[in-house]
Design a protein around this ligand. Structure first.
Ligand SMILES: Nc1ncnc2c1ncn2[C@@H]1O[C@H](COP(=O)(O)OP(=O)(O)O)[C@@H](O)[C@H]1O
Ligand SMILES: Cc1ncc(COP(=O)(O)OP(=O)(O)O)c(N)n1
Length: 268
């Protein structure tokens, strides 16, 4: 037996390394969890946006999932881009095979404006995958879609976190305020109370992959046995420092920088 924790991501790719599977695996590695990945879609994207998408055949999605659960225990897992209902069904059927915390990043549209989940499949995700989540991590636009309500301020964010749990059955909901103005403030409803996670807003356009990195860090800390509130606190610190040290590369919104932050977070 080993005492290394395992973390799995089920998501799409980013060959430019800032978001998706690549961001998740880098985050797992930096936070000292053993990273594993199941690819849903191969996405040709970079800092300027998405150029093309190829979905893996459904049988290959199934066999990737089986390859992991038939062999290696999963201590925690996350989902990101699951583009259509057929794929969502395969993932939903597989989830009971692993008895592990599930972090659901309900990725719908990239910051570049490109669609990552078919519009007609979004309500299936809401109705069938959210109830399976240990925690769901929507940004403001994703929370607005789920609730079909506008979110204008921090009071609305808190209510949204509670409502996603009470109406759609998530165990916990973390609403991310990266796209509001002022402090970068997020609210977690953990099933009984609201917890606040706040940092200064860093003046940068290099935020490609922040949502993926945040959810992956939460997954890593959960895989190591942290309680949810601690996992979110440490992940918030990790993503803030990753944004602070983000790279100015590429012609668009650059990626976060994970390796500048590890020692600081691990020693906290
Ligand atoms: N400019 C920024 N400065 C500091 N934190 C930020 C900034 N932009 C986003 N964040 C934080 O990054 C995390 C990801 O949030 P967000 O950008 O809303 O998600 P997504 O990438 O899914 O759209 C949240 O903790 C949010 O508060
Ligand atoms: C394959 C893939 N998955 C998710 C995203 C979205 O990433 P996110 O962390 O929400 O941030 P942006 O990249 O949209 O800034 C993605 N781009 N690709």
């Amino acid at each position: 037996m080993t005492n290394v924790s395992t973390a799995l991501t089920i998501a799409g790719t980013d060959p430019s390394g800032g978001a998706g599977i690549q961001a998740d695996l880098k985050t797992f590695q930096e936070l000292r969890s053993y990273g594993m990945s199941v690819i849903t879609s191969v996405v040709s994207q970079n800092t300027t946006g998405v150029k093309d998408v190829h979905h893996v055949p459904i049988e290959i999605l199934k066999s990737q999932l089986e390859a992991i659960s038939s062999d290696i225990p999963v201590d925690a897992f996350k989902t990101g881009m699951i583009s259509n209902m057929e794929m969502m069904k395969v993932v939903a059927e597989w989830i009971p095979e692993v008895n592990a915390p599930y972090v659901m990043d309900p990725v719908m549209v990239a910051t570049s404006g490109d669609t990552l989940i078919e519009e007609e499949s979004r309500s299936w995700l809401r109705d069938h995958l959210i109830p399976l989540a240990t925690v769901i991590t929507p940004n403001i636009a994703e929370a607005e879609f789920i609730l079909e309500e506008k979110i204008r301020n921090t009071e609305d964010m808190k209510q949204a976190a509670e409502q996603i749990c009470s109406r759609f059955g998530a165990n916990a909901a973390l609403i991310k305020g990266g796209h509001l103005e002022g402090e970068a403030i997020d609210f977690l409803y953990d099933g009984s109370s609201i917890l606040t996670y706040s940092s200064e807003r860093i003046d940068t356009d290099n935020t490609h992959g922040t949502g993926c990195t945040y959810a992956a860090a939460i997954t890593a800390f959960l895989s190591q046995g942290a309680p949810l509130s601690t996992a979110v606190e440490q992940a918030k610190h990790f993503v803030t420092e990753a944004i602070r040290h983000s790279f100015d590369i590429g012609k668009g919104s650059g990626p976060t920088n994970h390796f500048a932050t590890r020692e600081e977070v691990m020693n906290k």
